[in-house]
Each structure stands twice: as structure tokens, then as C-alpha cells.
Design a protein around this ligand. Structure first.
Ligand SMILES: [Zn+2]
Length: 84
């Protein structure tokens, strides 16, 4: 599955992720180039560990207020390793 912006927008639309912005109600969004990753932690007692596990996510930005929403790529059927 390709990871270009149009494909991500189409997948989100197909999955019904079409609600207005949770902050301002706008319906104008942009999909950011590339992908990001949320750092995952196993144990709060160890403090913040960087460079460990991460969840790759697509980033969607509200064009009106800039609110940022992330979507797990795995749930969208996208594996960033396939893009290498
Ligand atoms: Zn907004």
C-alpha cells in the first residue's frame, strides 16, 4: 500500500474518518508529507526512554486551526518498511 498523501487521504475517507475538526469544526484538512512516530514506553518507573519502540503514524492537520491528528499506519494497512 503506497504512503503518499493522496492514498492516505483516500484510506481515511474510506474508513469514515471524515468528521469535522475536533477543535474548530472546519472540514478542511491536509495530510503531512511523510510519516511520524509516537515513542512507546514500557514502564513509567524507568523514565522516558528514547530510541526504543515507536508507532508509525500519518499526520493530518486542520487547515483552519492547525490541530494535529495522528492515525496509526498499521490500522490504515500501511507498513512504512514497504516504502524503503
Ligand atoms: Zn481545526
Amino acid at each position: 500500500m503506497p504512503m503518499d498523501k493522496d492514498s492516505i487521504a483516500r484510506i481515511l475517507n474510506d474508513k469514515g474518518a471524515t468528521h469535522p475538526c475536533h477543535r474548530c469544526g472546519s472540514v478542511q484538512f491536509a495530510v503531512a508529507d511523510g510519516y511520524s512516530a509516537l515513542t512507546m514506553q514500557d514502564d513509567f518507573k524507568k523514565g522516558l526512554v528514547l530510541g526504543g519502540k515507536a508507532m508509525p503514524v500519518a499526520v493530518v492537520i486542520c487547515k483552519q486551526c492547525g490541530a494535529v491528528t495522528t492515525h496509526a499506519l498499521a490500522a490504515l494497512g500501511i507498513n512504512p518498511k514497504d516504502e524503503l
